[in-house]
Ligand binder design. Structure first.
Ligand SMILES: *Cc1c(COP(=O)(O)O)cnc(C)c1O
Length: 335
C-alpha cells in the first residue's frame, strides 16, 4: 500500500511516543553566501542512534505485537542501529544481518545497543537471505530498510517538520539510497505544498536508485566503497514502493563524486562545525560543485553522524583516504 499524508501524521504520533525526536533546522551562513539563497541544515544527527533511520524503524516497531519472537533486518549500519534501538524500546529481541563491507564502528554500535550483529556475505542481498530465513523459520518480523509503507511514513515525518519549521521552503535536498527517506519526505511535503522541489542526491559510484530510474526497473549495481557508505546497497530486485515513488515525486536526481563529498565533509566541519558522515554531506557537495540549481530557500538533510572517526579526522586534516584499494587524494580545507 502506498502511504498517504494520514499515515505520515499517524507515524508522527507513534514515533514521538517511542523517543524519536523533532530535530533542529539551523542556518548555514556559508552555504547561504556561496549559493545566494538561504540554506538551512536539518540536523538528524541529533536523533537517538545518530541518524534519521530511527523514525522509520520506530514506526514499524510500534505496529508489532508485544509478544513477537523478535525483529530482524538487513542493513548497512544506520538502519540496523535504529532497529536495535527501537526493538529495545519495545522489549523485543533483535538480530541485525549485514554484509562484510560494513565498517567496524557501525557493528560495535549495534552490539552496544543490545542487539546481535550477524555478518553474512559481501553484499546487502546476501545478508538479506539470512534475514528472510529468520522470518520464515523463527517467526521474526522483518523491518526492511526502506521499501515498506511504515518506513516511508516514519521518514516522511521529516517532511512535516520541515514545513512547520520553515513554511517558505522551496527546495529540499535529500541524500538518496533505497529511497525511503526521499519518498517519505516528498510524499509529506508535496501533499502540503505541491510545488515544492525535492531533489535526491547520491554518490556517483554505485547509485542504485539512479540506475533504476534510468532503466525504469531495479538493476543490479556493483557495491563499491564510498565515503557515503550509508548510501550503498541495492534497491531490491522486488522493489514495490520506493522506485515508483521516487520516479513520480523526485524532481531530479544528482550524482556527486568522492572528492566532492570529501570537500563537503570538510566544509560542514570547518564552516558549520559539524561532524557528519559522507552520506550527510552530499547536499552540500552538490551545492558547492554547482550541480543543483537553487531557486529559493533550501534545506539539506544532515542525515547521520555515524562516521568512522579515523576516516573523519583524516579528511578534516586533508590527508589521503583509502576507498577499498583506491586512494582518494586528500587536500587541506580551502587549499
Ligand atoms: C539510509 C541513509 C540514507 C538514505 O536513506 P534511504 O531511505 O535508503 O534513501 C541517507 N543518509 C544516511 C546517513 C542513511 O543512513
Amino acid at each position: 500500500m502506498i502511504p498517504v499524508l494520514a499515515d505520515i501524521l499517524a507515524a508522527r504520533q507513534a514515533i514521538g511516543a517511542m523517543a524519536a525526536l523533532d530535530t533542529p533546522l539551523v542556518p548555514s551562513p556559508t552555504l547561504t553566501e556561496r549559493s545566494g539563497f538561504d540554506v538551512l541544515l536539518k540536523l538528524e544527527i541529533g536523533q537517538h542512534t545518530g541518524a534519521f533511520k530511527l523514525r522509520g524503524a520506530a514506526n514499524a516497531a510500534s505496529r508489532l505485537p508485544a509478544d513477537a519472537p523478535g525483529v530482524t533486518c538487513c542493513s548497512t549500519g544506520n538502519h540496523g542501529r535504529a532497529v536495535a534501538y527501537a526493538a529495545a524500546r519495545r522489549g523485543l529481541k533483535a538480530i541485525i544481518c549485514m554484509s562484510e563491507l560494513v565498517p567496524q564502528a557501525k557493528i560495535d554500535g549495534i552490539r552496544a545497543l543490545g542487539a546481535e550483529a550477524r555478518i553474512i556475505g559481501r553484499s546487502q542481498d546476501e545478508a538479506q537471505i539470512e534475514a528472510t530465513r529468520l522470518v520464515q523459520e523463527e517467526g521474526f518480523a522483518e523491518i526492511p530498510p526502506f521499501d515498506h509503507a511504515d518506513i516511508i511514513s516514519g521518514q516522511g515525518t521529516i517532511g512535516l517538520e520541515l514545513l512547520e519549521q520553515w513554511p517558505d521552503l522551496h527546495t529540499i535536498l535529500v541524500p538518496l539510497s533505497g529511497g525511503g527517506l526521499a519518498a517519505g519526505i516528498a510524499l509529506a511535503a508535496k501533499a502540503i505544498r505541491p510545488n515544492i522541489r525535492v531533489i535526491g542526491i547520491s554518490m556517483q559510484n554505485g547509485a542504485a536508485m539512479h540506475a533504476a530510474l534510468e532503466a525504469d526497473k531495479p538493476v543490479s549495481v556493483e557495491e563499491v566503497p564510498s565515503l557515503a557508505d550509508s548510501l550503498g546497497g541495492g534497491i531490491g530486485t522486488e522493489n514495490t514502493l520506493t522506485l515508483q515513488l521516487c520516479r513520480d515525486l523526485l524532481d531530479d536526481v544528482v550524482l556527486v563524486s568522492e572528492s566532492e563529498i570529501y570537500r563537503a565533509m570538510q566544509f560542514h566541519y570547518y564552516e558549520d562545525r559539524l561532524v557528519c558522515e559522507g552520506a550527510s554531506a552530499v547536499g552540500a557537495a552538490a551545492i558547492l560543485a554547482g550541480k543543483v540549481r537553487l531557486d529559493g530557500p533550501t534545506a539539506t538533510l544532515i542525515t547521520g553522524r555515524n562516521v568512522d572517526m579515523k576516516t573523519f579526522t583524516d579528511i578534516v586534516s586533508g590527508r589521503d583516504v583509502m576507498l577499498g584499494n583506491d586512494v582518494l587524494k586528500g587536500q587541506p580545507y580551502g587549499a
